[in-house]
Design a protein around this ligand. Structure first.
Ligand SMILES: NC(=O)CCC(=O)C(=O)O
Length: 268
């Protein structure tokens, strides 16, 4: 099992409602990443990269059963011999729209899907989208990984569940805007420190409807150190993660052995 993994975070600008342009740009950035860093093993995209937050037209714009996105990710992951954590897309399922991540492996096979569990009222998600009800784990080069989406980061129980279920790295596609850069950095660092795992968080850049998305995609190690951080612009952020560090940190401070869930289990 390789302990080192090269990752690329595609911090793309998302053109609200312009689905064609967004697929083109995603394909372009995936090829660019592989060209610039041929050893890349994992690529991650941001949240709702197909449509942006064009929620008033989301039913017309969403990808029916994810067909187009699944074909797109299957083809590109195989062509470039990479895992792709496909950010998230608006997925039309029967009459409902979900905010869904698909994960593909280098053979072009789908290995996970996850729909955002916590909908973000400040951006009216709950009026237009349906929440998911499950968590999701998958394997990257024999290491267990999990993924959540953006606002889910504010709910530490979700990341904790992934860590307890074996995740050593967690992917976080996002569309997180100003003025909450401090929340973004602090919450992601906390999730990495408390769960002693890598956090690989890909935000979008650009402006939609007067909302300024600040980028600052992050790769944080299990000790809570930021090992890579992007600027505000559209860019590709590269990092190398060393999975041995997860075991080292967990051995040094054995948080998972020391937990006392019977004391703080919350009955609601
Ligand atoms: N797209 C989102 O879930 C945004 C979450 C966010 O901005 C926050 O402050 O939380």
């Amino acid at each position: 099992m390789a302990s080192k993994l090269q990752v690329a975070l595609l911090q793309m600008d998302v053109f609200i409602g312009d689905v064609e342009r967004n697929y083109e740009q995603a394909a372009h950035l995936i090829s660019q990443a592989k060209q610039e860093q041929p050893t890349i093993k994992v690529i991650i995209l941001p949240e709702l990269w197909n449509t942006g937050f064009q929620l008033d037209q989301i039913k017309q714009l969403a990808d029916q059963d994810g067909h187009r996105t699944k074909q797109f990710l299957a083809q590109l992951s195989k062509q470039h011999d990479v895992y792709i954590v496909g950010g998230s897309v608006a997925e039309l399922k029967e009459d409902q729209v979900l905010n869904t991540t698909y994960v593909y492996d280098p053979t072009g096979a789908q290995i996970a899907n996850y729909s955002k569990v916590h909908l973000f009222r400040l951006m009216n998600e709950e009026k237009h989208l349906t929440p998911g009800n499950d968590t999701s784990l998958f394997s990257v080069e024999e290491t267990t990984a999990g993924s959540i989406i953006c606002y889910d980061t504010r709910f530490p129980e979700l990341s904790r569940k992934l860590a307890i279920s074996g995740a050593k790295m967690m992917f976080v596609p996002a569309q997180w805007p100003h003025p909450r850069l401090h929340h973004w950095r602090t919450l992601l660092m906390a999730r990495a420190i408390e769960n002693q795992m890598y956090v690989i968080a890909c935000n979008r850049s650009g402006v939609s409807d007067n909302t300024h998305f600040f980028g600052h995609s992050l790769v944080i190690d299990p000790w809570g150190e930021v090992i890579a951080e992007a600027s505000e612009e559209e860019t590709i952020l590269y990092a190398e993660i060393d999975l041995h560090l997860v075991d080292d940190v967990r051995a040094k401070i054995p948080v998972f052995q020391d937990r006392r869930p019977e004391i703080y289990k919350i009955e609601e």
